[in-house]
Design a binder for this molecule. Structure first.
Ligand SMILES: [Fe+2]
Ligand SMILES: [Fe+2]
Length: 291
């Protein structure tokens, strides 16, 4: 019964998101920029990073299909009718913004990684697919939370700079769509754990895999993307309180996977990933691409 309740709640949430948040049309945007050089200096790199990440949504959909060959209707409706159509517009709008700022178009990374393919092959076994599904939801929750935080910072910064047109017609409308994505992943992951879908060994495996494979949004396991994320952390001031940020973006998995670890405020692998990105950027700039 509990399981049915949470399924119905999630399905309703997805339907509401679709109705309330149609994809943002490209021509709804006011591209007036007062001081392009100043915006570029402060947020150019971050906008570039986010444009790439948003445009990578099409790869994320391919990954989802590899990991969840038996994807159910609610998940299908979410990614095909709500999430992908919204995110791709975020990507196109941000990509045009950064070209308005005089920067190069984004180059999204579209290859499904070998690791995902291996996990996908194993996911034909139902118990493994359940683990993959939880991992997918946890990744979604953490990355969407990072998106919300980044757009909040950019929006506040642009308003401070008097760039109200792009703050109000680009960043704010995008920012309003991210919390609904976060809520979907949070509700879905929470339902799997709270409704007892997973056996103890599956939760154990999820913990091990999470520890070994956690990546910050858009890093794709690549050194150059990790370093680029380090620069985002500096530009947005995240580096001033990495632990506080780790707590924010790790809250869902802390609650669902690690609640038994007394005195651990966030999963240590999240702070490790943040430190690695910041150090990489400080030590070597963006560095060469290594997969
Ligand atoms: Fe987005
Ligand atoms: Fe999103």
């Amino acid at each position: 019964m509990a399981r049915q309740d949470s399924h119905a709640k999630i399905a309703e949430h997805v339907q509401r998101l679709g109705e309330k948040h149609p994809p943002i049309p490209l021509d709804s945007v006011d591209r007036t920029i007062h001081d392009a050089e100043a915006v570029k200096a402060r947020f150019g790199h971050t906008i570039d990073y986010l444009a790439r990440v948003e445009l990578e949504v099409d790869r994320n959909v391919l990954e989802l299909l590899v990991l969840l060959p038996d994807v159910d209707d609610t998940n299908k409706t979410f990614y095909s009718d709500v999430w992908q159509p919204q995110e791709i517009q975020h990507g196109l709008i941000l990509d045009r913004l950064q070209q308005d700022l005089g920067r190069e178009p984004a180059s999204p990374h579209m290859d499904v990684s070998f690791k995902i393919k291996i996990l996908g092959a194993l996911a034909n076994l139902k118990p493994i697919q359940e683990v993959a599904k939880l991992m997918y939801f946890l990744t979604g929750a953490s990355t969407e939370r990072q998106a919300v935080l980044a757009y909040n910072q950019i929006s506040a910064g642009l308003k401070e700079m008097g760039e109200t047109a792009i703050a109000e017609t680009i960043v704010n409308p995008i920012k309003q769509q991210e919390p609904g994505h976060f809520a979907f992943y949070n509700m879905s992951a929470s339902a799997m754990v709270n409704d007892g879908v997973l056996k103890p060994w599956q939760l154990f495996l999820a913990r091990v895999l999470r520890e070994r494979s956690y990546g910050l949004v858009g890093t794709n396991g690549r050194t150059d993307h990790k370093a680029a994320m380090g620069r985002v952390a500096e530009d947005l001031g995240i580096d001033a309180d990495l632990e506080g940020y780790a707590r924010e973006i790790g809250r869902v998995e802390q609650r669902l996977l690690w609640a038994h670890r007394q005195g651990m405020p966030f999963p240590p692998y999240i702070l490790r990933a943040l430190r690695e990105s910041v150090d990489l950027y400080r030590e070597r700039g963006f560095g060469p691409a290594t997969a």
